[in-house]
Design a binder for this molecule. Structure first.
Ligand code: ATP
Ligand code: MN
Length: 428
């Protein structure tokens, strides 16, 4: 046999309640379930079918009762762990199921009793928040619920591109490779990947999203009973803590799951003590959670934007468009020219209004920007409107006053109002 036919297929036997933790290297990896049952972050593996995992993905194959896995390729890291917090996670799921059942059986005109659990997952960076959110959603979807996933993490973008907060119903267990299908989620554009850029705007958008979901739930007993799972950012100190508390209260979360941090847990317990029926539950962080350095996060963000336009496997063909400067109206939120001191009452300091909508002239600065297409019908509706999607600016021709940009598909933009933040992308 020649050297290039060296078999790379290997079998891994997993005992009950163990998991195989994998970090895919720079070359892809295939894996399949040979026998038994196993799941990836709450989604069951189909028997015998090979699944392809892209480079650098980090995940675990967990089994409740034992399984044999076949793996083709050499991962960067691959080891079996017999200590996981999965039993405690699934116990939380069982309690949530009980609450969903109770909500479903309650008269739908009782807005309190018919409300299923509103779970918010909090904790420091790399504590496994997004992973736990996915598990809880996938387990619920497997039992036939359609819980709403709310992603408040502007840094990662589990539902759409980074720089947004978004919500979508989860109707099926989440695909371990493809993630959440990009089907018409409810999206508000913040425009930055760092929450400190405009804390006030973030809070306003959280309020908008919570408000619209509240209205949707009012008319939909099924999704109301299924409840929601909110994923949050790892910023838990200072302003980050304020933003967390603001999100907990604005969404009326009644279950707060705190991953791996005593201090945050006791702080939240104390401050939420007076508030009606909020359970603050401390959960152990999984030893399998992998820390991701800044560079890795930047690359994931960039990949996420690429995926929006080109698809996960380059299966989409974005459309290149050319418009006249005068046909598009670009706005940004916050900052802007301050009122001249002379126009203010004596002693007052000029302050930039963080939620002021400011018109932006199209110029070279927009090159490589990712802008949101607002559903607003008037500029003053921009903050309170969700967005239809995104465009990516590929050329600015100052002389001819033409702007070239990518859209995910051909056709007219649903609106001429665009929102500019600091979100950019360099196509590589
Ligand atoms: P952030 O604060 O950045 O949002 P997070 O708290 O949401 O991080 P996750 O994204 O859930 O953390 O986990 C970090 C990484 O670890 C992810 O790539 C995830 O796939 C991986 N991971 C989580 N749990 C496991 C596990 N048990 N085995 C292997 N990898 C895991
Ligand atoms: Mn996360």
């Amino acid at each position: 046999t020649s050297s290039n036919s060296t078999p790379t297929i290997k079998q891994v036997k997993l005992e009950k309640e163990c998991e195989l933790r994998i970090e895919v290297s720079d070359s892809p990896l295939r894996l399949r379930l040979l026998n038994g049952n196993a799941e990836i972050f709450g989604t069951e593996l189909p028997p015998e079918i090979w699944l392809n995992f892209p480079p650098r993905l980090k995940f675990a194959v967990f089994t409740w009762y034992g399984a044999t896995i076949e793996m083709d390729g050499t991962p960067e890291t691959g080891y079996t762990a017999d200590e996981t917090p999965m039993v405690s996670y699934v116990n939380v799921h069982a309690i949530l199921e009980g609450r969903r059942d109770r909500a479903k059986k309650s008269p739908s005109d009782d807005s309190v009793l018919s409300q299923g659990p509103r779970v918010i997952v909090v904790g420091p960076s790399d504590s496994g928040k997004t992973t736990l959110s996915r598990m809880l959603l996938s387990w619920a979807a497997k039992q036939g619920w359609k819980p709403t996933f709310v992603d408040l993490d502007i840094g990662q973008g589990s539902i759409t591109v980074p720089g947004c907060i978004a919500a979508t119903p989860i109707e099926m267990p989440i695909d371990p490779v493809e993630g959440i299908p990009l089907e018409m989620p409810l999206v508000y554009f913040y425009g930055h990947t760092s929450p400190s850029n405009n804390v006030e705007l973030y809070k306003v958008l959280v309020k908008e999203l919570a408000g619209i979901l509240e209205r949707q739930f009012a008319g939909n007993a099924e999704s109301r009973a299924a409840g929601m799972v909110l994923n949050t950012m790892g910023w838990i100190e200072g302003l980050g803590y304020d933003m967390l508390l603001h999100a907990i209260r604005t969404f009326k979360a009644n279950v707060v799951l705190v991953l791996g941090q005593e201090k945050l847990c006791s702080l939240l317990r104390d401050v939420l003590k007076g508030e009606p029926k909020v359970d603050v539950v401390k959960l152990q962080r999984s030893g399998g959670v992998v820390s991701r350095p800044v560079k890795f996060r930047q690359r994931s963000r960039s990949n996420r934007i690429r995926e929006y336009f080109y698809g996960l496997t380059n299966d989409l063909s974005p459309h290149s468009n050319i418009s006249n400067f005068g046909d598009l109206f670009v706005y940004r939120v916050g900052g802007g020219p301050q009122a001249p001191r002379s126009a203010l009452p004596i002693g007052a300091e000029p302050a930039a209004d963080p939620t002021r909508v400011v018109a932006v002239n199209i110029n070279r600065d927009l090159l490589h920007a990712v802008l949101a297409v607002s559903f607003a019908k008037e500029p003053d509706e921009i903050i309170s409107s969700n967005v239809a999607g995104f465009i990516y600016v590929t050329d600015i021709d100052i002389q001819r006053k033409k702007i070239t940009y990518l859209t995910p598909s051909a056709g007219e933009l649903p609106s001429k109002y665009l929102i500019l933040g600091t979100l950019t992308w360099l196509e590589t």
